[in-house]
Write a protein that binds this ligand. Structure first.
Ligand SMILES: CC(C)(COP(=O)(O)OP(=O)(O)OC[C@H]1O[C@@H](n2cnc3c(N)ncnc32)[C@H](O)[C@@H]1OP(=O)(O)O)[C@@H](O)C(=O)NCCC(=O)NCCS
Length: 404
C-alpha cells in the first residue's frame, strides 16, 4: 500500500503553573496524574472543534513512572480526563525530554498515517518523586568505567561542563540567570505566559494547626523577580566545593504538567483547529553522560542537516535552561551572544522551573506564542539536554511567516 508522509502541526499547548517541590510547595497535596488531567481538560475546553472521539492517542511522559506517575499515564489520565474509552494511551520516558519525545514520537506516527490527532505531554512531581527514586543503576556502569560516577548527578555534569568550557565562568552563568529572571518577569507583566496556564485548585494543610484549606494556583511558584548578580554571588555551590553551579543559575526541583494537541495539518485545517507551528525535523543524539549538557549541540546538528538548514536560518530559540552553563555552551558553539534577542525571549527554566518530563511542551508553547508575534521569522528551534548524556532538538516552521 503506498503511503505519503503528511505534514504535522502543533495545534495548541497548555501547562499547569509550575510549583516548588517539597512539603512547602503548592502541589504537595496534589497528585501528579491530576495535574495531567487538568491540562488535558483545558486543551479540550479551549479547542471545542476537536471531537474527543477523534483523538487517536494520548502519550504522556514522566521520568519516575511509579505511584501516581505510574500505571500507563497516557491511558489512565485519558480516562480520568473524560476522554471516550475508545481513545488509547501510553507512557513515555526520556527523562528531561519526555514531553518532547511524546510529541516527536506521535508526530512520526501522524506523518506515517497511523494517527490524525493526539494529545502529547508530560508531568513530573519531583516533590512526590525525587530524582533517582527507586532507580537501581547497574554496577557495571562504574565498575567497568562505562561512565564516570558523576554522570548520575545532573549538577555534577554541569560542573564538568564548566571544566570543558573554561570561558564560561560563574560570572557569565550568573549574568545569564539574572537575564532569565528579568525576561520571565517581563513576560508575566506583558501577559504572555498566563494565556497558556491552566489554573489548578489545590488543597493545603497548615503544618502548625493541621487545618486544611483550598487555593487556586494561577502563577509559577519558583520565579524570583528582582534577582541580582549580587544576590547570586555568594550562593552555595552544592555540587562541588568552590564550584560554579548554584541554586541561582540552575533550574530548581519542581512539580508541573504540560499537554499539547498534535495533528496532521490536513486534519487540523478540516476541523478548523489552529495551526501554531509546522514540524520541520527532529533529532536526538548521545554524548558522554558525564557532560550531558552539550547534548543539544549534536542533536541540533542532526536536526539542521535533516532539514537542509543552517543555524543562521533559525530566528527564534527556546532552549531548556536546566543549567545556565549548558545554554551558554550551546550559544558559544554557534557563536551566538549570551544575550542574543532570539534566545528564550520569555526567560526560561531558571525562572519558571523544570519539572523534568513536562518541560518540552512548555518550550513549544512559548515558541508558538513567539511565532505569532514574529511573522518575519520562518524557523524556530526547541532544544534540551537530557540525563545520561543526550540532547534533543525539534525545528518548527512558523505558519504565520509573511515571507512567502
Ligand atoms: C541547585 C539545587 C541543589 C538547589 O536546591 P535547594 O538548596 O533546595 O534550593 P533552594 O531553592 O533552597 O535555594 C538554595 C538557596 O539559594 C537561594 N536562592 C535560590 N535562587 C536564588 C535567586 N535567584 N536569588 C537569590 N537567592 C537564591 C535560596 O533562597 C536559598 O537560600 P537559603 O539557603 O538561604 O534559604 C537544586 O535546585 C537542583 O538540584 N537543581 C538542579 C535540578 C536538576 O538537576 N534538574 C535536572 C536537570 S538535567
Amino acid at each position: 500500500m503506498p503511503r505519503t508522509v503528511r505534514d504535522v502541526v502543533f495545534v495548541d499547548g497548555v501547562r499547569t503553573p509550575f510549583g516548588k517541590a517539597g512539603p512547602k510547595g503548592i502541589y504537595h497535596e496534589t497528585r501528579a496524574d491530576d495535574l495531567v488531567v487538568k491540562a488535558i481538560r483545558e486543551l479540550l475546553r479551549r479547542n471545542p472543534a476537536l471531537d474527543p472521539a477523534k483523538i487517536d492517542e494520548v502519550a504522556i511522559a514522566a521520568t519516575t513512572q511509579i505511584g501516581d506517575q505510574g500505571l500507563t499515564l497516557g491511558r489512565t489520565a485519558g480516562i480520568l480526563a473524560g476522554l471516550p474509552q475508545s481513545v488509547p494511551g501510553y507512557s513515555i520516558d526520556r527523562m528531561c525530554a519526555g514531553a518532547l519525545t511524546a510529541v516527536t514520537t506521535t508526530a512520526g506516527s501522524i506523518a506515517f498515517g497511523a494517527y490524525d490527532a493526539v494529545i502529547a505531554g508530560g508531568v513530573e512531581h519531583m516533590g512526590r518523586h525525587p530524582m533517582g527514586e527507586g532507580v537501581d543503576p547497574n554496577p557495571r556502569f562504574v565498575s567497568e568505567k562505562l561512565v564516570d560516577e558523576s554522570a548520575l548527578f545532573m549538577g555534577m555534569t554541569a560542573e564538568n561542563l564548566h571544566d570543558r568550557y573554561p570561558s564560561i565562568t560563574k560570572q557569565r552563568a550568573d549574568e545569564y540567570a539574572v537575564r532569565s529572571q528579568e525576561k520571565a518577569a517581563k513576560a508575566y507583566a506583558d501577559g504572555k505566559i498566563q494565556q497558556d496556564l491552566v489554573p489548578i485548585s489545590v488543597r493545603r494543610t497548615d503544618a502548625s494547626t493541621g487545618e486544611t484549606g483550598w487555593g487556586l494556583v494561577t502563577a509559577d511558584e519558583p520565579m524570583r523577580p528582582g534577582t541580582t548578580l549580587e544576590s547570586l554571588a555568594n550562593l552555595k555551590t552544592p555540587f562541588r566545593v568552590h564550584g560554579n553551579v548554584t541554586a541561582g543559575n540552575a533550574a530548581g526541583l519542581n512539580d508541573g504538567a504540560t499537554a499539547s494537541i498534535i495533528a496532521s495539518e490536513d486534519f487540523a485545517r478540516e476541523n478548523n483547529l489552529p495551526v501554531k507551528m509546522r514540524l520541520v525535523s527532529y533529532a536526538f543524539a548521545g554524548v558522554e553522560p558525564e557532560v550531558m549538557g552539550y547534548g543539544p549541540i549534536p542533536a541540533t546538528e542532526k536536526a539542521l542537516a535533516q532539514a537542509g538548514l543552517s543555524i543562521e536560518d533559525i530566528g527564534l530559540f527556546e532552549i531548556n535552561e536546566a543549567f545556565a552553563v549548558q545554554v551558554l555552551a550551546f550559544l558559544e558553539h554557534y557563536g551566538i551572544a549570551d544575550d542574543d534577542a532570539r534566545v528564550n525571549q520569555y526567560g526560561g527554566a531558571i525562572a519558571y522551573g523544570h519539572p523534568l518530563a513536562s518541560s518540552g511542551v512548555r518550550l513549544m508553547t512559548q515558541l508558538a506564542r513567539q511565532f505569532e508575534e514574529n511573522p518575519q521569522v520562518r524557523y524556530g528551534l526547541n532544544t534540551m539536554c537530557v540525563g545520561f548524556g543526550m540532547g534533543a532538538t525539534v525545528i518548527w516552521e512558523n505558519p504565520h511567516w509573511e515571507g512567502k
